[in-house]
Design a binder for this molecule. Structure first.
Ligand SMILES: [Zn+2]
Length: 327
């Protein structure tokens, strides 16, 4: 009897090749994922510690209040490097109302009345890795409490991502303020600022950082010129991201950090976002690290400062919910 040894046929060869490819991709993928999400000490750039704290003459009536609009449920491992896969966090989407005798400012809007549609328009990966809960849109909470949105001098954006601008359309005729660099990002056609481009069309106002150094940041923009609301550039997460400092009559100081970090752990560890997440959502990683370093230097000078990353619900515990204000 004669046995042929012709070797595997072309189909079997192709299947083996495919299996080897899948195995290799799985190994490389898991190594990359493991490296991307594992805890790692964060090398921060050297920054100058600010020398003294300003003490502005805060006019009577200045206050700050939180307007929770909802939250996004996500695993800590996605929010910061070293976060656990079984640690589920509710990432707050909270607008902040800064009351001022010359005009109130709403810092970001959180989720608006059309948030379902805004979320549905996100890329599949973003939708697949998180779920959300809706609370009251800022405009609805204002209306229910008899607050006239014409009191707003504007919506002041920390940055232009969808979860910060979703409620802009609920406040028609209110100007939207963004730094010059963020206004350019909004106009750029980048998918990450697409919603902002629609929402702010015809009422976007940009400002320059024409003021001097402030709390360790090189330049500043004093919104009312009295030191109560001072904005500084903190580019990185987006090209024109900012930090908004609010000082109350009591002397209490708030740093509204936007998305420099998503959770307070990012500052306490400190830790940046996982590599894979940074590649998807951050414009310039080095800029984010510089901003983290400056915020930590500031906290060494002023341990009592309230550091408020936009999405950490724990950071809002000290703040009353609108219509009540911290003063
Ligand atoms: Zn963001």
């Amino acid at each position: 009897m004669r046995i042929d040894h012709e070797g595997p046929g072309p189909v079997r060869r192709a299947l083996r090749f495919l299996a080897a490819g899948v195995l290799l991709a799985a190994i490389v993928g898991s190594l990359l994922l493991g490296w991307s999400f594992r805890a790692a000490s964060l090398a921060l750039p050297e920054v100058a510690v600010p020398l003294e704290l300003p003490s502005p003459q805060v006019p009577p009536g200045v206050g700050i209040a939180a307007l929770p609009t909802g939250s996004i449920r996500a695993r800590a491992m996605l929010a910061f490097r070293g976060g656990a896969i079984d640690d589920v966090r509710d990432l707050a989407a909270t607008a902040l109302l800064v009351r001022h005798p010359r005009g109130d400012l709403l810092v970001d809007t959180g989720f608006g009345t059309a948030f379902d549609a805004h979320f549905a328009a996100l890329p599949a990966l973003a939708r697949a890795t998180s779920t959300y809960t809706l609370q009251k849109p800022a405009a609805v909470r204002m209306r229910e409490n008899g607050y006239d949105p014409r009191r707003l001098a504007g919506v002041l954006l920390t940055h232009a991502h969808y979860d910060h601008v979703s409620g802009v359309e609920d406040l028609p005729d209110v100007p939207v303020w963004a730094s010059e660099a963020e206004a350019a990002f909004i106009a750029s056609g980048d998918p990450l600022s697409e919603l902002a481009r629609h929402q702010t069309s015809g009422r976007l106002r940009s400002y320059r950082f024409d003021g001097g150094p402030y709390l360790g940041f090189e330049r500043s923009f004093d919104f009312w010129g009295d030191g109560t609301v001072v904005v500084v550039p903190a580019p990185g997460h987006t090209p024109g991201s900012v930090i908004v400092f609010v000082t109350l009559g009591s002397g209490e100081r708030y740093a509204l950090l936007g998305d420099i970090v998503w959770q307070l752990d990012g500052l306490s560890m400190p830790a940046e976002r996982p590599w894979l997440v940074r590649k998807l959502v951050d414009h310039d990683e080095a800029g984010v690290r510089l901003a983290i370093a400056r915020v930590l230097a500031l906290r060494r000078l002023d341990p009592a400062i309230h550091l408020v990353p936009s999405h950490d619900s724990r950071a809002y515990r000290d703040l009353p919910i609108f219509p009540f204000f911290a003063k």
